[in-house]
Design a protein around this ligand. Sequence first.
Ligand code: PEP
Length: 253
Amino acid sequence: MKTRQQIVAGNWKMNKNYGEGRELAMEIVERLKPSNTQVVLCAPYIHLQLVKNIIKDVASLYLGAQNCHQEDKGAYTGEISVDMLKSVGVSYVILGHSERREYFGESDELLAKKTDKVLAAGLLPIFCCGESLDIRDAGTHVAHVQAQIKAGLFHLSPEEFQKVVIAYEPIWAIGTGRTASPEQAQDMHAAIRALLTDQYGAEIADATTILYGGSVNGGNAAVLFSQPDVDGGLVGGASLKAEEFITIVEATK
Ligand code: PEP
């Protein structure tokens, strides 16, 4: 049994219409057994209120958003603020997913601002980092991931940083069916924790939840989550099937 908070977050991305989202959330509620693992459903914006109503009586279930805007309010057509997210019961916000960094040009500087907004609202960021295959092949993956974390998070005070969840997601493993090996995941998670120890000290580093993401499924979750520095997962494709998602949740220790 690990002492750090274990978390499994499902990132539904741009999948499921309203009725399908309702069915998925209801089936997760039906199948979920009580445990100390926090389970976060990161549904599309328009599903958030619905999913909140479905999960509200289940202590271990939390509502998550997949993104937010960095300003408080105003003329930003099509955007959603942290206050809006908070007002429908969101607890966690995914920030810096590689798809946001790549397709929407989100920079480290922007992500630092979004992190500040999320924390100022009393919400909890799930801060994503991870390297491309080219970077992994060049052998500079640890330096790359550490640089993303420094740029996005190291302006935070220790009190602020304690609220952050980190998700290591190698880009070559996202949605590809090619999972990092348990050793590759553990090595990177240990390198991240060492960096956090240098910046914030061992007590905070040891208490920080670091998730692995990248083709986690019902078959590989247990061995990934059994690694000493892996504290659960950020799950894309396999979070869209309730039965498999629950198998992944139950793989946390
Ligand atoms: C993700 O999008 O965060 C992710 C890890 O996706 P998948 O599980 O489908 O690789």
